[in-house]
Design a protein around this ligand. Structure first.
Ligand SMILES: [Zn+2]
Length: 170
């Protein structure tokens, strides 16, 4: 069962979630259909806990710099840019203030997403369809109520989106 707070895939034998520390809740009557009512009763507490946890989570992307050197384009370092906290992205698309050059000739663009919390960091790749026009692009992200992250690229004429992926795949 996935963690009710952060969505991480739970493993057997855990008493609490290793990502957000939420105790694994065992509900009475879960087998006879009343479990849903029990979850509704505590849903306020669940969202309060999630909100506090998401304040401590930072979601960003790692971008690469390139430079020309003797007529060839070579890597010139990388930088992590933050979208903001998980709370800021929860149910609301946040766009980065910087614009990115389009990568020509690619069907989809890989984006390295970095999630930081409590001194830890996890990375995963997202893929966004490449926009056709050779214009600068903005990069956006949103976190849905199922704790899945989705990225967007927009260039003023269109917006394309990645597939949704769990923020904490586990
Ligand atoms: Zn969790």
């Amino acid at each position: 069962m996935n963690c009710m707070i952060c969505g991480r895939n739970g493993k057997e034998g855990e008493n609490s979630c290793p990502v957000c520390h939420f105790p694994h809740v065992i509900l009475p009557c879960a087998g006879d259909g009343n479990g849903v009512n029990e979850i509704e009763k505590i849903s306020g507490e669940l969202s309060a806990y999630r909100s506090r946890f998401l304040e401590k989570v930072d979601i960003g992307v790692v971008i690469y710099y390139w430079k020309g050197e003797n007529g060839v384009i070579v890597p010139d370092g990388e930088e992590r840019i933050s979208f903001g906290t998980g709370k800021a992205l929860y149910g609301q698309t946040v766009w980065l203030p910087v614009k990115f050059a389009r990568i020509p000739g690619e069907e989809r663009v890989p984006v390295r997403v970095s999630v930081r919390w409590e001194g830890r960091e996890e990375e995963q790749m997202f893929f966004i369809p490449n926009l056709e026009e050779a214009r600068l692009q903005a990069l956006g992200a949103v976190l849905d109520s199922g704790m899945e992250l989705q990225l967007f690229a927009g260039n003023g004429t269109g917006v394309v989106s990645s597939r949704k992926q769990p923020l904490f795949p586990g």
